[in-house]
Design a protein around this ligand. Structure first.
Ligand SMILES: [Zn+2]
Ligand SMILES: [Zn+2]
Length: 364
C-alpha cells in the first residue's frame, strides 16, 4: 500500500507538515477480529481539543496483552482495534493550550485515560478507574503513523535514552507498579515468579529500590538473562524445590514480597506458601480460574494480597530511573519489524514465546 502525500516536506521533523496532512489518510495496524491482523488506511488525527497532542509514532512494542487480544483472550477488547500501548515518537502538533510538550519533543505515551470522577480516581488510583479506557484494548491504540493523546498522556524523554530503549519504559512502569503495590523496600527479599518481560521489569525495579531479588523460571537462558537484570538469586523450578530454596536464601523467613508474573491458578496458590509473615503477595494475573487458598495462610502471618494493574504515577518514577541510568535495557529487545511485516512479528512471537522478550514495530 502506498500513500500519496502531496505537499511540503518538513526537514526538521522528517514528515509532511500538519496542514498538508489534515484530512489525509495514514497507515494503522489493526486487529480486525480474533486472529486477523492487517495494515489499513485510517483518517489522520486532527487537533480538536486545546490539550490535544499528535505524535508521529516511531516505535510500538508488542505486549503479551496485544497477543491476547489477537487471540481473543481479552473479554473487554473492542474489534476492529488499532492495537498498541507501548508507544514512543516525536510530538508532531499540539493544541492551543498545551504547555508541557512542544513540536519535535521525544515522548513516551502513558496508555490509558481515566474519568477523574470515580472513587478510584479521587483516591489517586486512576489505573483502577471504573471507566478506564486503555489504548489498544478498549479504545484505539498507537500502532499508527500518527496518534493523538491528551497532553497529560505524553511524557518527555530524557536526552540520554534512545527511542528504541524508550519503548521499554511502559513495560517498566508495570514492574514499578508491582513493586509499589508490594511496598518493596531496601530491607526486603523480593521473589519474582517468572522471568518473562514483566518479571524482568519487576526484578530490575526491585533491585533499584535496594531489595534482594530472587527470580524463578523453568528456562535456564531466561534465568541467566535475569541475573544481568536485577536478580541476585535464580531458581530453576523444574530442577529445584522452589520453597526449599526460598527459605534457604531468606534464612527460613520466606520472601517478604512475592510478585506473581506467571499468572495461573497454581502460581497464585504457590505464592502464598513462599511469603514471609507480614509479607505481601502481588498478583498481576487476569486469569479467571479460581485458585484454592486456605485463609489461614493470610491470617496466620498477617499476609496481604495486592492486585496490580497498569500503573499510577509510575511514568515519572521510571523516567527518573532512565535519566539516572539505573535501568539496564541491554538486549531486552529481541527484534524490530517494519509496519509492513507486523503480521510476521506477531507470528514470530507466537513461535518463539520462550525466547522473546520484546518485539518492536518500527513505523519509520
Ligand atoms: Zn503491555
Ligand atoms: Zn475514574
Amino acid at each position: 500500500m502506498s500513500l500519496e502525500l502531496k505537499g511540503e516536506w518538513d526537514n526538521d521533523l522528517k514528515c509532511f507538515s500538519p496542514k498538508v496532512l489534515g484530512g489525509l489518510k495514514m497507515k494503522s495496524g489493526i486487529i480486525e477480529k480474533v486472529g486477523v491482523i492487517k495494515i489499513k488506511e485510517t483518517p489522520m488525527p486532527k487537533i480538536e481539543k486545546a490539550n490535544d497532542v499528535i505524535i508521529k509514532v516511531k516505535y510500538v512494542g508488542i505486549c503479551g496483552s496485544d497477543i491476547h487480544i489477537y487471540h481473543g483472550q481479552n473479554a473487554f477488547a473492542k474489534y476492529p482495534l488499532v492495537w498498541g500501548h507501548e508507544i514512543v515518537g516525536h510530538v508532531h502538533e499540539v493544541g492551543s493550550e498545551v504547555t508541557s510538550v512542544k513540536v519535535g519533543d521525544r515522548v513516551v505515551v502513558e496508555p490509558f485515560i481515566a474519568c477523574g470522577k470515580c472513587y478510584s480516581c479521587k483516591n489517586g488510583r486512576r489505573n483502577a478507574c471504573q471507566e478506564l479506557k486503555v489504548f489498544g484494548a478498549h479504545i484505539d491504540g498507537g500502532c499508527s503513523e500518527y496518534f493523538k493523546v491528551p497532553e497529560s498522556n505524553a511524557h518527555i524523554l530524557p536526552d540520554n535514552v534512545s527511542l528504541e530503549d524508550a519503548v521499554l519504559i511502559e513495560p517498566f512502569t508495570i514492574g514499578a507498579q508491582a513493586c509499589y503495590r508490594g511496598q518493596v523496600t531496601k530491607d526486603d527479599f523480593v521473589f519474582v515468579m517468572g522471568g518473562g518481560t514483566i518479571g524482568l521489569t519487576v526484578a530490575e525495579n526491585a533491585k533499584i529500590l535496594g531489595a534482594r531479588v530472587i527470580l524463578s523460571d523453568i528456562v535456564d537462558e531466561k534465568l541467566d538473562f535475569a541475573k544481568k537484570h536485577g536478580a541476585e538469586f535464580t531458581i530453576n523450578a523444574m530442577k529445584e524445590n522452589v520453597a526449599d530454596r526460598i527459605f534457604e536464601i531468606t534464612g527460613g523467613m520466606g520472601a517478604n514480597v512475592v510478585i506473581d508474573s506467571i499468572c495461573n491458578k497454581k502460581s497464585f496458590e504457590d505464592a502464598l506458601t513462599f511469603v514471609s509473615n507480614a509479607g505481601r503477595v502481588v498478583e498481576l494475573s487476569f486469569n479467571t480460574t479460581p485458585s484454592e487458598i486456605a485463609p489461614i495462610l493470610l491470617s496466620k502471618g498477617e499476609v496481604s494480597i495486592m492486585g496490580s494493574r497498569h500503573q499510577t504515577n509510575r511514568f515519572p518514577v521510571v523516567i527518573d530511573y532512565v535519566r539516572d541510568e539505573k535501568i539496564v535495557f541491554e538486549n531486552f529487545i529481541t527484534a524490530f519489524y517494519p509496519l509492513e511485516d507486523m503480521e510476521k512479528a506477531f507470528k514470530y512471537i507466537e513461535q518463539h514465546l520462550d525466547k522473546t522478550r520484546k518485539v518492536v514495530i518500527k513505523l519509520y
